[in-house]
Design a protein. Structure first.
Length: 405
């Protein structure tokens, strides 16, 4: 780790973090360092950056042991931090209320303070050293948009603890599980390990959750597509019960076959018993299980297409995933009259040959568009005209994972 007093020495990292050297990032890092000095005093601070992520394909498969393709993106949480020699973690940030978490004092807290406590609690339970520190954060990862603002924040806290007190020796899968634990216990959100794994690792990664976390880094230096997010304008932050019902119903189908997760169920046995499963567990649960099995195959198809540079095959897999999410997984609306996601998907596909699907947990948040590079400029401009420029986000793939500079 290096103490920074201004952003001059940080610029050399920008190409890995943001794709190129950005003057606005230089100004941002200077603001973060200045705010840290103003709030916490002292001279100099350490810096870390943790990105958001997109789930290219693999919608709601991770919690049942499935496969996912994920990509880190160039929107991130930046934190200036310094150990404070005590047992209290203090976090302030742009747009964030002050958080103070007394590590020795047990408390059932929620919100961002709960995420801090949850990460620290999990790492301590694994035998790692946890101590007090001060931090100031600035995030460009939009909350409620489905690009893992919570996971980026959790992973930043874990990265600070890792580098301040554990010499950077905590493995990425432990860091990912710390974030999952925090969300499960203090947010009451039954998330899988997708979000935390992708932001901890960085780059484009194929993840298999059948037995722990198996990760394959993908070389996509010549990626044939541009990723573009379109914000629906509706936050998904208050929709946890809708998300929770998806894994719950998939687990119920698995239990019908005497298993814990769908990955343990023979797909042929499921197909033969589909009518009885629907009768016993429910038609929606059966459809969601069907989505799981088909989505796993689409992940394999998309991975092969991405690695071979086959944009049409990748787009076909993404669109099939989007249709399955709409009609089988049923996470594209909060009510029958809510057509916002379906309307954006249809409009995006009409602009040019592209893939479009609900992103992340769904129900609200964002739509992910996968656009051939040769159409990306036209698509982005036309999407801005249709949906509003402030709701359209062209993304760069970020190669770096959770990084202490």
């Amino acid at each position: 780790m290096q103490l920074y007093y201004n952003a001059t020495d940080v610029v050399k990292y920008f190409s890995a973090l943001y794709g190129k050297s950005h003057y606005d990032q230089y100004l941002r890092y200077n603001r973060v360092l200045s705010a840290f000095a103003r709030i916490f005093g002292g001279s100099g601070a350490y810096l870390c950056s943790v990105s958001g992520r997109v789930e290219l394909i693999g919608n709601h498969t991770d919690h049942n042991g499935g496969r996912v393709l994920g990509c880190a993106i160039d929107l991130d949480v930046v934190a200036a931090f310094r150990p404070n020699g005590g047992n209290v973690i203090n976090v302030e940030g742009r747009g964030r209320n002050k958080i103070s978490v007394d590590l020795p004092a047990p408390a059932k807290i929620c919100g961002s303070a709960g995420l801090v406590r949850g990460v620290a609690e999990y790492l301590a339970s694994c035998g790692y050293v946890v101590g007090g520190f001060d931090a100031y954060t600035d995030s460009t990862v939009m909350g409620g948009a489905g690009i893992s603002s919570s996971a980026a924040f959790e992973t930043a806290i874990a990265a600070i603890i890792n580098n301040c007190f554990n010499n950077g020796n905590i493995p990425y899968d432990v860091i990912a599980r710390a974030g999952q634990y925090a969300e499960n216990k203090y947010f009451n959100k039954p998330c899988g390990l997708l979000d935390q794994s992708v932001v901890a690792l960085g780059g484009a990664v194929a993840l298999d959750f059948a037995d722990g976390i198996a990760c394959t880094r993908l070389d996509v230096a010549h990626c044939p597509v541009q990723l573009v997010l379109v914000d629906t304008g509706v936050s998904h932050s208050d929709l946890s019960p809708l998300y929770a019902a998806i894994p719950s119903e998939m687990f119920a189908v698995a239990q019908y076959f005497g298993c814990k997760r769908l990955i343990e169920v023979d797909e042929r046995a499921f197909a033969r018993s589909y009518d009885d499963v629907a009768r016993v567990v429910g038609e929606r649960a059966a459809l969601r299980a069907k989505h799981f099995f088909e989505e796993n195959r689409r992940v394999d198809q998309a991975q092969a297409a991405l690695l071979s540079g086959d944009a049409p095959a990748l787009i076909a897999a993404v669109n099939a995933s989007g249709d399955s999410s709409l009609y089988q997984l049923q996470n594209c609306s909060v009510s029958p009259s809510d057509t916002a996601i379906a309307d954006i998907i249809a409009a995006a596909r009409a602009i040019c040959p592209c893939g479009a699907r609900v992103h992340g947990g769904g129900f609200a948040g964002t739509v992910l568009c996968v656009v051939p590079n040769e159409h990306s400029a036209y698509f982005t401009e036309r999407a801005a005209q249709l949906f509003g420029r402030e709701r359209v986000y062209p993304l760069r793939l970020r190669t770096a994972g959770a990084t202490v500079l």
